[in-house]
Design a protein. Structure first.
Length: 196
């Protein structure tokens, strides 16, 4: 919990620093933070977090408007504030502080990232040769990573490109047309070569 800078055009300085902790270092909580910002609604019940019953009725889950930056509850209202939206997560801050860039992939299935196939092949190699203790794992991991040939990595890359092309073309997963594109056989001048 760190101080945050709150932009406020009505403030003489254009904004001010808001502490999210009391002087004894205990967190203020959603209601106190929103009250200090003048955002806590008066004369109505306001939940800390809005949830709805799941389809089974046994548990509750977050209300979808809360996840989309609504103002249905205190959590959603605070999450929609510009200073909270701009806050990077702890891991991202540590990476940037170390002088690196953080580049996120868009949300997608792991089958279209060829590195997943590389990791899978390396893990398979390691599982077959590991004695399942820390020392053998330390020895086998570099060997497992080196065991995946560049040729095979390029095959994984080509396969993920075929999968993405199938999706871009609107072809449905696991249909014969999809299987034909993704797992097609290409004839070389000497033999039939089965793509990975």
């Amino acid at each position: 919990m760190r101080d945050t800078y709150l932009v406020n055009i009505n403030h003489p300085a254009g904004g001010y620093l808001q502490s999210l902790q009391f002087p004894d270092s205990t967190p203020k909580g959603l209601q106190k933070v929103l009250l200090e910002r003048g955002l806590w609604p008066e004369n109505r019940r306001f939940l800390a977090q809005s949830s709805i019953k799941s389809a089974t009725g046994k548990s509750s889950k977050l209300n979808p408007p809360c996840l989309d930056g609504g103002s249905c509850c205190a959590r959603a209202l605070l999450a929609a504030q510009p200073d909270f939206k701009a806050q990077k997560n702890h891991i991202e801050e540590a990476i940037i502080k170390a002088g690196h860039e953080v580049i996120y992939y868009p949300a997608f299935h792991c089958e279209i990232n060829f590195i997943e196939y590389f990791w899978g092949a390396a893990k398979h190699y390691a599982r077959e040769r590991c004695e399942y203790d820390f020392e053998s794992l330390q020895r086998i991991v570099p060997e497992a990573l080196a065991s995946v040939s560049s040729h095979l990595i390029w095959k994984y890359w080509a396969r993920t490109n075929r999968i993405m092309e199938a999706y871009r073309s609107g072809i449905i997963y696991a249909t014969p047309e999809y299987e034909n594109i993704v797992h097609k056989r290409c004839a070389s001048h000497r033999r039939v070569n089965n793509h990975v």
